[in-house]
Design a protein around this ligand. Structure first.
Ligand code: ZN
Length: 433
């Protein structure tokens, strides 16, 4: 089972000073900032997933690639652009290119031609290139029981999108042969039920695909994903490998492996570090809530309260600094936990008006999980890694979570290789989306 990390141009500034919260002079982002695979002792994934939509900046999301960066990626290729050579001279890391179908899911038809996408895969020098798909939003197995010929607009739309996806997949593999491309083609399958996913996989196998990615599964719950995998298993050739696109439930990867899932990608470990309400810092067996000490200057909600005259700016600044000072002192065993927790609660009341996370913070700070983590981030950052504050800390905590997921995966593989029962307990880690 291989883990691909989806690139969304997330880098950290290695020169950032956490005590003064300032950056080094003359920093040039693209040159000096680091990817997760450059921060950790070894890359915390088996490969990277790069989406055309992300690189092109379509789909309403923020523009992550500048025009110059986009041109450079296409000119020098992904391996060079992401500086993989330095951390992976043996060329074990795989690069996987896809279209990023979620970003154009609202369109009537995908905005790319087959040749445009193949050009993208070739110019980036990917090891694996995915066909064009069109996301099917509905997941409803009961639609398969509807009477034939019955007018059902939702099912019609599902079928239309599946048809588009299959037609483009057939063109894609044909053009891949015509153009004698070197990358391995991966078919992207879409469906709305176990049976329809299985139909897609069966058709793609007939087209010649041996590596098939299952798209549109992001919103699915684990039992639904398993139901699809079971149905696919009945039509799957023994040589067909499956990829799960964008899964959020990494706790069950072990079960997925039984059904021919050879790889998956997930942004969950990174995103949960700063998007999740409570599971922000992962360990092999647990998940902890990060301690929120928002910046008075950077916190939109707090700024509003200050402007409205409900919070005194000087008081907010004073409390913010007090929290930082006490949490760092607690880490050095210079103050007792209750003192730090009192300061945090007072500041949280000021910022968030009413939300009290004291018990969650007590659990995090008492356990001091950063002291036990061997990853480069925690070694370097100490207690700062559990502070929910600013992109430099939050993103580093995400990189730590990525490391933990990969560590779990490696233990799983090692357990499997040696025949010992694998770590069911570790499956409890807070990677549940
Ligand atoms: Zn760590």
């Amino acid at each position: 089972m291989k883990f691909f990390f989806p690139d969304s141009h997330d880098l950290i500034d290695p020169g950032f000073d956490f005590d003064t919260e300032t950056r080094a002079d003359f920093r040039i982002r693209q040159r000096d900032d680091l990817y997760a695979h450059e921060v950790h002792d070894a890359p915390p994934y088996d490969g990277m997933l790069i989406s055309k939509a992300m690189v092109d900046g379509i789909g309403g999301g923020q523009m992550r690639y500048s025009l110059a960066q986009r041109h450079r990626l296409l000119r020098v290729g992904a391996r060079d652009f992401f500086r993989l050579e330095k951390v992976d001279p043996e060329k074990k890391l795989r690069t996987l290119g896809d279209c990023g179908a979620f970003s154009y899911a609202k369109e009537d038809v995908p905005p790319y031609t087959v040749d445009e996408v193949i050009d993208f895969h070739v110019e980036c020098g990917f090891d694996i290139g995915v066909s064009i798909d069109h996301v099917i939003f509905a997941y409803d197995p009961s639609m398969d029981d509807l009477l034939e010929g019955l007018d059902h607009p939702l099912l019609e739309e599902c079928r239309r999108r599946q048809e588009i996806t299959l037609t483009l997949a057939a063109d894609f593999i044909q053009r891949h042969r015509d153009r004698r491309c070197h990358f391995e083609p991966m078919g992207a399958a879409q469906g709305w039920s176990p049976r329809s996913y299985a139909d897609s996989v069966a058709q793609m196998q007939r087209m010649g695909y041996e590596y098939i990615g299952l798209g549109g599964m992001v919103p699915l719950k684990t039992p639904e994903i398993l139901a699809c995998l079971r149905a696919i298993d009945e039509v799957r050739n023994p040589s067909t490998r499956l990829h799960l696109f964008g899964i959020t439930r990494c706790a069950h990867i072990e079960e997925f492996a039984k059904y021919g899932v050879a790889s998956f990608d997930s942004t969950s470990p990174l995103r949960q570090a700063f998007k999740d309400e409570k599971d922000n810092y992962h360990t092999l067996g647990a998940a902890y809530t990060a301690v929120r000490i928002p910046q008075v200057e950077g916190n939109v909600q707090l700024r509003k309260r200050i402007v409205a005259g409900r919070v005194d700016q000087q008081e907010a600044l004073r409390q913010e600094q007090k929290c930082l000072r006490l949490v760092k002192a607690y880490d050095r065993d210079e103050v007792a936990l209750p003192e730090a927790l009192d300061a945090l609660r007072a500041y949280e009341m000021l910022c968030d008006g009413g939300k009290d996370r004291t018990e969650q913070y007590r659990r995090t700070l008492e356990a001091r999980p950063w002291k036990d983590c061997p990853c480069a981030i925690c070694r370097d950052l100490g207690v700062h890694v559990v502070l929910f504050r600013g992109a430099e800390r939050n993103r580093r905590r995400g990189f730590h979570n990525v490391y933990v997921l990969y560590d779990r995966l490696n233990r799983l593989r090692a357990g499997r290789a040696s025949g010992t029962p694998s770590l069911a307990a570790a499956g409890a880690a807070g990677t549940e989306g």
